[in-house]
Design a protein around this ligand. Structure first.
Ligand SMILES: [Zn+2]
Length: 181
């Protein structure tokens, strides 16, 4: 059906209008097509497939995939890995009516890190993914949000919050005299 091979391209839209990266035409049609790709290395390599939009220029017949397809492929990788996708992370934050900055302030996740997860630039590791999973329960987010002052961490230790800085108190039984440089 397509004269040209599908090619990956970033040049897709300008003010929401799709523009052909080959001829500059705005006469672009979108078709959904199944796209298969390999993910991983060595023995872990797997073939994943997902339905993605393919743009076809009505004037020069050039066909290509753009950022929207990349996002869907990234989602397929997240499903394969069993981790939350960028859109799910964003939905978690937005369902709590929080900006990235507010969500970071409450969870202590780095704002830049959160932004990279939401844009699909990096995928969170399993520990972070578990943390995000727990935050999906409103009660957990609420508990973190309401946490203030001093909290017990482990026996003999406590963490005090002072002007946003965490100060670990010296546990009982630690050396009384510390070398001074
Ligand atoms: Zn064209």
């Amino acid at each position: 059906m397509d004269k040209n091979l599908e090619q990956d391209s970033q040049e897709t839209n300008q003010d929401g209008i799709f523009i052909c990266p080959e001829c500059g035409s705005k006469n672009i049609n979108t078709h959904l097509k199944n796209h298969s790709f390999k993910y991983g290395i060595g023995d872990d390599k797997v073939k994943l497939s997902t339905e993605v939009p393919v743009r076809i220029c009505g004037d020069c017949s050039f066909s290509y995939r753009d950022h929207a397809a990349e996002v869907l492929c990234h989602d397929a990788v997240c499903r394969h890995l069993g981790v939350m996708s960028p859109s799910e992370i964003k939905a978690l934050r937005k369902s709590n009516k929080l900006t990235q900055s507010q969500f970071s302030e409450i969870t202590k996740l780095g704002e830049a890190t959160l932004s990279r997860w939401e844009r699909g630039i990096v995928i969170q590791n399993e520990a972070y993914n578990n943390y995000l999973y727990l935050l999906k329960l409103p009660l957990n987010l609420e508990r973190i949000r309401n946490r203030s002052g001093s909290i017990e961490v482990t026996e003999g230790q406590s963490i005090k919050q002072h002007e946003g800085k965490l100060i670990r108190c010296v546990p009982v039984g630690s050396p009384r005299f510390l070398a001074v440089k």
